[in-house]
Write a protein that binds this ligand. Sequence first.
Ligand code: LMR
Length: 334
Amino acid sequence: MKIRSLLFSLIAAGFALTASAAEPIVIKFSHVVAGNTPKGLAAEFFKKRVEELTKGQVRVEVYANSTLYKDKEEMEALQLGAVQMLAPSLAKFGPLGVKEFEVFDLPYIFDNYQELHAVTQGPIGRQLLDKLETRGIKGLTYWDNGFKVFSSNKSLDSVEAFKGQKMRIQSSKVLDAQMRALGVLPQVMAFSEVYQALQTGVVDGTENPPSNLYTQKMHEVQKNVLLSNHGYLGYALITNKKFWDGLPADVRTQLDKAVKESTDYANKIAKQKNDEDLDAVRKSGKSVVKEPTAQQRAAMKRALVGVHQKMDDRVGLELVQSIYKQTGFDPSKM
Ligand code: LMR
């Protein structure tokens, strides 16, 4: 009788072992934007490739539109291991104490994607990602979104018109300084709360690439959009370091491959998505989309040039200068 029950437990244990060996590794990937955005599409692409490359050994669950966590909570959840991957915008690393990422928020620091990629795809970008390790985070790569436009229910027709307006910003001290340089009262707010804040008049306006403006329907509650392209918004794809380091080496190799492929994909579609969504905003007729005149553009640059120097201490002068060197940016020409 004893032997029979021992045998039975051994068989049961064997079954349990096989079952657990076949259990997929789950990656919960949380983000705050809509599915049909550069980040949302790249996350889905990443999921597809991971599941193909690992033949189902890894399952990726994508939670879009802040359905799982909002901006601040998702960072905490990643550090605690409640989710395994995120792609927060580069403006959201300040509260973690990694202030250097706010360098990407400096107005006009990148003129185009090519200049940006010289930084994000090179040694400066890598060094920045490595700074996250002390926070228990592994930085994997950068994903593009695009160049920001201003929107408001009030006039955006001149730099003076910005004075006294209230605008929502992400949690970045550089963005705070940028808004104050225009006489705007900045208000930090989670992305998921922006639409309602605009609709109810808690704030007059905001800034975001067209893709975020359109997919959150912000244009429906904003009378004016100014195609200022005054700054960049993009992402760092990050993971919980302990989780990543603990993966079997062969699985990690496949995930690295999927990271690389999804970066190529994200950076290929980002501009196209933003162009399409800007067109859709125009066609909606809900807000007036204006291109600033050359004079307006110059006045805006003059108003914002001081932000670079003002924020040198925050983001690190050496870092700012290494980016200038890489992109050929000259603040005296702004
Ligand atoms: C924002 O909060 O405006 C953006 O960071 C949202 C995003 O992730 O694109």
